[in-house]
Design a protein. Structure first.
Lengths: 249, 152
């Protein structure tokens, strides 16, 4: 259907698209309902890796079995909107919208996720680092949809943090996921809402002292209604320090 | 387009346009004005309903997506025996001032107590974080939730 009607707007939980519709910012001729597609639901183990289908909701990502495997994603999911939003909003929708502030993006980047993309032409995989092209722009062609996210969980300590005026219903002023990867000897951090795309910063394991400064230097935030560039850079420096304390605790 | 859904236990039909929200269909077509229309962006929770038992903002559900599904609105909580215990607790605790947020809070509280019969204050705060009240300062609402939880 997406191939026949490339202009169709896909809808899963609707938490982004309905705002556009309600405020008359979009009047799509065709809306493609993905919510009834069973293949896009849930998550599964697959040869040591995890496959999170695009329709996985934030509420589902917070449940204990998945939360133990992907703790930073569970923390990030818990920080999304409200229970009402988390029951509807999906990981695939977060990627499709590709907001620089998408809460699922930093934890998935830290875990080196790849995106499974499908169309009538077949399926392809893309590292998440290559998926985000700009604010609300991603690598999907007009006939493509996000099918799933694939992850090999590191099983090592990781955490997610987010700055906003309250704990609920907040679009991140900035956000950060940090993880240790002893196998590769890496410190990994990914920030959101502090550049045109959510991005990954990697340093050697022994660079803990310099890491907050590296993250602050890597981001490229702007001044906007939610905060200033200087504040975001400062906040990321502080969050990285705190996140390192948590993951090395 | 025509949709068929179950609302408060009854099969209903509605004619909706493709981009219409479930909230608009409930209020304007199905004549159930209990769910309130305020922010239209999922910020305020005053349109909270249950969709297949899950708490959602009706303003963020496409009406067409509710086709074939089950919706419970605040009107559906009442039974022949009278008010739902959450509704009664909001009355008894005086947890209502202007009343605009009340239907959403009642539905959200009912959904919470279904899953967590005796929630702590932290859990109440977290679970009702998507429902805004600009009158009460929430103290009476907390009283109502605790009161509802204490009753069978």
């Amino acid at each position: 259907m997406k191939a026949e009607r490339p202009e169709a707007r896909p809808i899963a939980g609707g938490t982004d698209l309905l705002v556009e519709l309600n405020f008359d910012r979009a009047r799509p001729e065709t809306i493609l309902n993905l919510a009834e597609v069973p293949e896009l639901k849930g998550w599964a183990r697959d040869n040591g890796s995890l496959r999170l289908a695009a329709g996985l909701t934030y509420t589902e990502a917070m449940q204990s079995e998945l939360a133990e495997l992907l703790p930073a994603l569970a923390e990030a999911s818990r920080s999304v909107g409200s229970p009402q939003i988390r029951n509807r909003g999906t990981i695939g929708g977060n990627l499709g919208t590709a907001s620089p502030a998408g809460d699922a993006h930093p934890p998935l980047l830290v875990e080196d996720a790849t995106v499974e993309i499908g169309s009538v032409r077949g399926a392809r995989s893309l590292p998440l680092t290559e998926f985000f092209l700009g604010p609300k722009r991603n690598a999907l062609a007009d006939d493509e949809l996000v099918l799933a996210v694939r992850i090999e969980p590191s099983g090592e300590p990781q955490t997610f943090m987010k700055v906003g005026p309250r704990n609920a219903m907040v679009i991140a002023v900035c956000s950060l996921a940090v993880g240790i990867d002893r196998e590769r000897g890496e410190l990994r951090a990914a920030y959101g809402s502090a550049g045109p795309v959510p991005a990954l910063v990697i340093a050697p394991l022994d660079a803990r002292a310099e890491f907050p400064e590296l993250v602050a230097a890597a981001c490229s935030p702007i001044d906007d209604v939610r905060g200033t560039a200087a504040y975001r850079r400062h906040a990321l420096r502080v969050l990285t320090t705190r996140a390192l304390e948590r993951v090395f605790a | 387009m025509k949709i068929r859904l179950t609302v408060n236990g009854e099969p209903r039909e509605a004619d909706v346009w493709a981009g219409e929200s479930l909230l608009t269909a409930l209020r304007d077509t199905l004549e159930l004005p209990g769910s309130k229309n305020a922010c239209e962006q999922g910020e305020c929770g005053s349109c909270s309903v249950l969709l297949d038992g899950d708490l959602v903002c009706a303003c963020l559900v496409l009406a067409a997506q509710a086709d074939g599904h089950e919706v419970t609105t605040v009107e559906g909580l009442r039974s022949d025996d009278g008010l739902h215990r959450v509704q009664q607790a909001f009355v008894d605790a005086g947890a209502v001032q202007c009343g605009f947020c009340t239907p959403g809070l009642v539905v959200a509280t009912a959904a919470l107590l279904e899953r967590v019969p005796s929630p702590s204050d932290d859990v109440i705060r977290e679970e009702l974080s998507g429902n805004l009240c600009r009158c009460t300062g929430y103290a009476k609402i907390f009283d109502a939730v605790r009161l509802a939880a204490s009753r069978p």
